[in-house]
Design a protein around this ligand. Sequence first.
Ligand code: HEC
Length: 121
Amino acid sequence: MSRFVIATTMALGLALGVASSAQAADSKQVFEFYCAQCHGLAGDGKGVNVGKDFATDPRNFTVTADMEKRSDDDIRGVIKDGGPSISKSPLMPPWGATLSAAEVDGLLAYIRQLCKCKAAK
Ligand code: HEC
């Protein structure tokens, strides 16, 4: 019995270890699933959703000069609470009910990779 418990605990530990080391790859997948249809697979704001009816273009995350003005809290906030939370377009939906805090942090890190920039001071 105790041998069984130890084996199970080890298997669980392994599974968790794999999950956290796969975090970066996961964030790319989360981005491609939830965000790319507007922000584009490359994060350049040219997703398939964006046609002439889009009143406000989704942010192009690859423009360093724009994205470095945003603090990490700004970016987390707009992902969780949507465009209107920072007086931006409601075309940017709120994701706080869909994504976990860890997924939002992962997306923040992924966006920082796309813009090759750090947070505004
Ligand atoms: C339905 C289209 C759509 C989807 C899907 C979408 N966005 Fe947006 N997003 C927008 C638009 C449009 C804006 C620009 C709002 C503005 O400038 O007024 C925006 C703005 C943003 C901004 C603000 C950038 C800035 O100006 O500071 C962030 C960050 C962002 N989106 C992240 C995400 C993330 C992460 C996802 C996926 C979880 C996502 N968006 C999904 C349309 C979308």
